[in-house]
Write a protein that binds this ligand. Structure first.
Ligand SMILES: Nc1ncnc2c1ncn2[C@@H]1O[C@H](COP(=O)(O)OP(=O)(O)OP(=O)(O)O)[C@@H](O)[C@H]1O
Ligand SMILES: [Mg+2]
Length: 309
């Protein structure tokens, strides 16, 4: 396993008496797109704000390239680019001047770098207009260019696709994936739009009430312990149904016979046996589908559908 670029270590945050983040620990690796998921009020923005040094941690630490945000903030933050909720932009300045101003706060950001990023985020035609004339999506794009100016090793985006249209979301997603893949930048995005996260991320963590309840790869589920639905299109169906009902008898397997498909609830490791039995019984199989749980099912199962506490 490679070395993490960011390590969240036993992080806590209290607002007054309210404990909002509780013992949060996880790592983010170079070159991955990590989804930080959770219902409204779960603590995503609070966690990101602590990582960016915008608010103090109550306990614990965030290490960036092994450097503590808590005790060595300036050094740690040079590797981080971030946007929290709304990117901070000067409305009466042009997009270009906003970037220029921001560039002055960092060493070595050239004009070429600025213009290359402007092009990458698709703002070249509007970059000399004032930011107050921008749409929300354009401001998001400018914010992204700003966050990337100093060539960070990790970029943290809080709800980055808020306000983007479907084409914009797709473009943005491809852009982030590409950034992770070609420049080995780690991308951490928070969101509660699950379908989108499933397309964008390699791995995700789910936070609920300030605690991490799960971390896993996108598309990974525990096939060993759960029963899954297996849908088989076969002919002749009557015969297929007979064979499967006989096979299921006295086991935990459940079989439903439809007009053109069988729906079987069984364990993953039973799939080859099922297919073999059907084929041996002279049933022709046209299609086998495993009904995978979506990230959404998993999310709702874990967070109980998001009641705000
Ligand atoms: N400055 C603050 N003072 C008091 N409570 C706060 C403060 N900021 C956040 N909270 C509380 O902390 C909890 C987590 O809020 P946070 O904004 O981190 O959630 P989130 O996961 O980003 O939610 P959303 O999906 O709605 O953006 C909420 O209960 C919120 O009310
Ligand atoms: Mg938030």
């Amino acid at each position: 396993m490679q070395t993490p670029i960011v390590q969240f270590q036993n992080l806590y945050k209290n607002f007054g008496k309210k404990q909002v983040i509780k013992d949060l620990s996880f790592d983010v690796y170079p070159g991955e797109v990590f989804g930080f998921l959770g219902p409204n009020g779960a603590g995503k923005t609070t966690t990101i704000r602590m990582m960016l040094g915008l608010i103090k941690m109550t306990a614990g630490d965030v290490l960036v390239e092994g450097i503590s945000v808590n005790s060595d903030f300036e050094k740690a933050i040079t590797h981080v680019g971030g946007i929290v909720e709304n990117p901070e932009l000067y409305q009466f300045m042009t997009g270009y001047n906003n970037l220029k101003l921001y560039a002055r706060m960092h060493e070595g950001v050239t004009d070429e770098r600025i213009m290359a990023l402007v092009k990458q985020v698709g703002l070249e035609h509007r970059i000399n207009d004032k930011v107050k004339t921008y749409s929300l999506g354009m401001r998001q794009r400018l914010g992204l260019a700003q966050a990337l100016l100093h060539d960070p090793k990790i970029i943290v985006l809080d709800e980055p696709t808020n306000g983007l249209d479907p084409a914009g979301i797709k473009e943005f997603r491809n852009y982030l994936r590409n950034l992770a893949a070609t420049e080995n930048v780690a991308v951490m995005v928070s969101s509660h739009i699950l379908s989108e996260m499933e397309l964008m991320c390699d791995r995700y963590g789910i936070i609920q009430n300030g605690e991490l309840v799960d971390v896993r790869m996108v598309g990974q589920q525990d096939l060993s312990s759960e029963s899954i639905k297996i849908i088989i299109a076969a002919k002749p169906m009557a015969k297929a149904g007979e064979i499967m009902s006989a096979m299921a008898e006295g086991t935990s397997m459940k079989v439903q016979v439809n007009s053109t498909t069988l729906e079987i609830m069984a364990h993953h490791e039973q799939v080859p046996g099922i297919i073999k039995t059907l084929v041996n019984g002279d049933v022709a199989i046209y299609e086998v589908k495993l009904d995978q749980k979506t990230l959404e099912d998993h999310f709702i199962e874990l967070t109980g559908g998001g009641e705000i506490e």
